[in-house]
Design a protein around this ligand. Structure first.
Ligand SMILES: NC(=O)c1ccc[n+]([C@@H]2O[C@H](COP(=O)([O-])OP(=O)(O)OC[C@H]3O[C@@H](n4cnc5c(N)ncnc54)[C@H](O)[C@@H]3O)[C@@H](O)[C@H]2O)c1
Length: 373
């Protein structure tokens, strides 16, 4: 089926009103492309809290109740715990709702296939939101690399340090389902937050040919094991290699308005390098992007480096896309499946002593949770 853009504001609903709603809502506020018609969450407290943003919206405790209400819905902003992504998406796509689903898309390939099939059958659009692709310092990094300013790309690395001090409050309820995910072999660093890093790798340098990984484990409390220290390396089909190191520094204070996640991206070129110094947190208090070429360092002091702005811009892009159908979805369901395969190849590699695994060779064994979990 061919997507037909809406010639009026999109009638949208929020499904899940928890922690990340605070950032996802930014794409919807003061946006003439959208009319928020309903809010859905089993928590009465959350519904009452979020109703303040949308006094005219109706509230429901579950999506099925909304679907049965007769209220017309065009699109859903799906902010559910990851375990509910697949079933939730299948249901909503089945009702013909276009969906902007939070990452990770789902936990295995079997679920991903069902979701893609459901979108094809219903003709509804499945987008997996990737706010990092809208973070201005990363966009400028991509532009710099593609301009040839640092010469030919000879490699790149990403760094991520999780800490337990600083940042905003995350309710225990938001952690509980993450801990369950960890027990299923889908850790918060490599898989949940890591999803973004893998997505930026594909976005920057294209399809991945081979992945090697060594995924570790650190106990941080009874029954809570974080998936670090971990190192993942890969080669893109164009020959560029990437490295990503993931560590936890539990006692390190990290200034952040959001999660305590210290991140960096550094691309090395034949003539220089370009580095994004931070994203979610405020670890390095220098300009968010620095570019070194021929003995000179150039620093970008005026980029919008508030991580929340990437949610605003991703949300606006989606809603504009629904109004025009123009340009890439950033990210489509297919692109999200590539990210999933990348992650699963990492698990498969780590489980087999870090042998090289092609994302394309990841089959149903890992897809259904086999050796990876
Ligand atoms: N893009 C990012 O950087 C980013 C950051 C954090 C979280 N996330 C993703 O956002 C999603 C939600 O994360 P969160 O931290 O807000 O979780 P959360 O637990 O704070 O919020 C989830 C909400 O969903 C509600 N819910 C549970 N079952 C429901 C159902 N059947 N129908 C409707 N609502 C239901 C819960 O009551 C809760 O309010 C996850 O997929 C997570 O991975 C993305």
């Amino acid at each position: 089926m061919i997507f037909v853009p809406f010639d009026r504001p999109v009638r949208a609903v929020f499904i899940g009103l928890g922690r990340i709603y605070d950032l996802n809502v930014r794409g919807y506020l003061d946006n003439p492309d959208v009319e928020v018609v309903a809010l859905v969450d089993p928590s009465e407290e959350r519904r009452a809290q979020r109703q303040a943003d949308w006094p005219g919206a109706r509230t429901f405790s579950c999506a099925a109740e909304l679907a049965a209400s007769g209220l017309e819905v065009d699109a859903a902003e799906v902010l559910l715990p990851v375990q509910l992504h697949a079933d939730g998406a299948l249901q909503m796509l089945g009702w013909g709702w276009h969906i902007n689903l939070q990452k990770p898309m789902c936990s295995n390939l079997a679920q991903a296939r069902l979701m893609m099939d459901a979108a094809r059958t219903s003709g509804a659009v499945l987008r997996v939101m990737e706010n990092y692709l809208f973070y201005e310092p990363l966009r400028k990094l991509k532009e710099t690399v593609e301009s040839g300013e640092i010469g030919d790309v000879v490699g790149y690395h990403m760094k991520m340090v999780g800490s337990a001090h600083g940042g905003w409050d995350v309710p225990i309820s938001s952690w509980l389902w993450q801990w369950e995910q960890m027990k299923q072999g889908r850790g918060i660093l490599v898989f949940d937050d890591g999803w973004h890093k893998l997505a930026t790798a594909i976005w920057l340098f294209g399809p991945v040919r081979e992945v090697r990984a060594w995924i570790g484990s650190t106990s941080v409390g009874p029954g809570v094991d974080l998936d670090a220290p971990s190192t993942i390396i890969w080669e893109h089909e164009n020959g560029i290699r990437g490295v990503w190191d993931i560590t936890v520094a539990m006692d390190m204070y990290l200034r952040s308005d959001y999660y305590t996640n210290d991140e960096r991206w550094e691309v090395t070129g034949s003539r220089g390098f370009a580095r994004v110094n931070r994203c979610t947190g405020r670890g390095i208090q220098q300009p968010s992007l620095e570019v070194y070429v021929d003995g000179q360092m150039r620093a970008y002091h005026a980029l919008d480096d508030d991580w929340a702005s990437s949610f605003r811009d991703s949300g606006r892009h989606w809603l504009r896309w629904l109004r025009t159908g123009e340009g890439p979805l950033l990210w489509s369901g297919e692109e999200a499946v590539d990210v999933l395969r990348f992650a699963l190849a990492g698990y498969m590699s780590s489980a087999s002593g870090s042998r090289g695994v092609a994302p394309a060779e990841v089959g149903d064994m890992v897809a259904s949770g086999g050796p990876a979990s």
